[in-house]
Design a protein around this ligand. Structure first.
Ligand code: GAR
Length: 207
């Protein structure tokens, strides 16, 4: 049986500009095979939660502090995902590493966006501004963003899309971050979600 739209959950930790790009892409019809049904944050004060509420998307806050261990927090997350019939999980600036148990359970059903051209400047410890600081330190002339499936290796899953972005001599990590978001992340994340969601709808909700 083929489904028209699959249900997506977006996991966030911060400002949520990538979440906003997904919301906007849903509105403009770039994303038509998925419905953003739920936003989960591991930080209670993430501005991404306000963006979700403004778009009338259901939110949940699941923190390690509340559940004492990462394992218990993941269990609570799985329960919430199952209760909401989530087919696809999108990590949009979700800055916590998921366990192997979790990634195996949702094999090829978790997408992440990373602000570099993987395999450069990625893996454990490479997140947010740090990625751009390292790119500038190395003196690369081109960087970019990557979307990929999430497996047990941080930033190690199969690549879905990549987009290159120029680095300028005058760049600061903040300037570069903004350009990478604008020119690459906010474009390839919605396109990747649509690509995978479409494949899933053609495949009865499975990848
Ligand atoms: C984005 O640049 C995203 O690629 C990065 O965090 C930022 C979140 O911004 N993610 C990682 O570094 C994951 N390794 P946002 O909350 O405004 O979308």
């Amino acid at each position: 049986m083929s489904k028209k739209k699959i249900n997506a959950a977006v996991l966030v930790s911060g400002g949520g500009t990538n979440l906003q790009a997904l919301i906007d892409a849903q509105k403009s019809g770039i994303i038509k095979s998925a419905k953003i049904k739920l936003v989960i944050s591991n930080k209670p004060d993430a501005y991404a939660l306000t963006r979700a509420k403004n778009a009338k998307i259901k939110t949940a806050v699941i923190t390690k502090d509340e559940y004492k261990t990462a394992e218990n927090a993941e269990k609570a997350m799985i329960k919430t995902l199952e209760e909401n019939n989530i087919d696809l999980i999108v990590l949009a600036g979700f800055l916590s590493i998921l366990s192997e148990k979790f990634t195996k359970k949702y094999g090829r059903r978790i997408i992440n966006v990373h602000p570099s051209l993987i395999p450069s400047f990625c893996g454990k410890g490479y997140y947010g501004l740090k990625v751009h600081e390292e790119a500038l330190k190395k003196g690369v002339k081109v960087t970019g963003a990557t979307t990929h499936f999430v497996n047990e290796i941080p930033d190690g899953g199969e690549i879905i899309m990549q987009k290159a972005v120029k680095v300028y001599e005058s760049d600061t990590p903040e300037k570069l971050q903004k350009r990478v978001m604008k020119q690459a992340e906010w474009k390839i994340l919605p396109l990747s979600v649509e690509k995978i969601a479409k494949e899933m709808t053609e495949n009865g909700g499975k990848q």
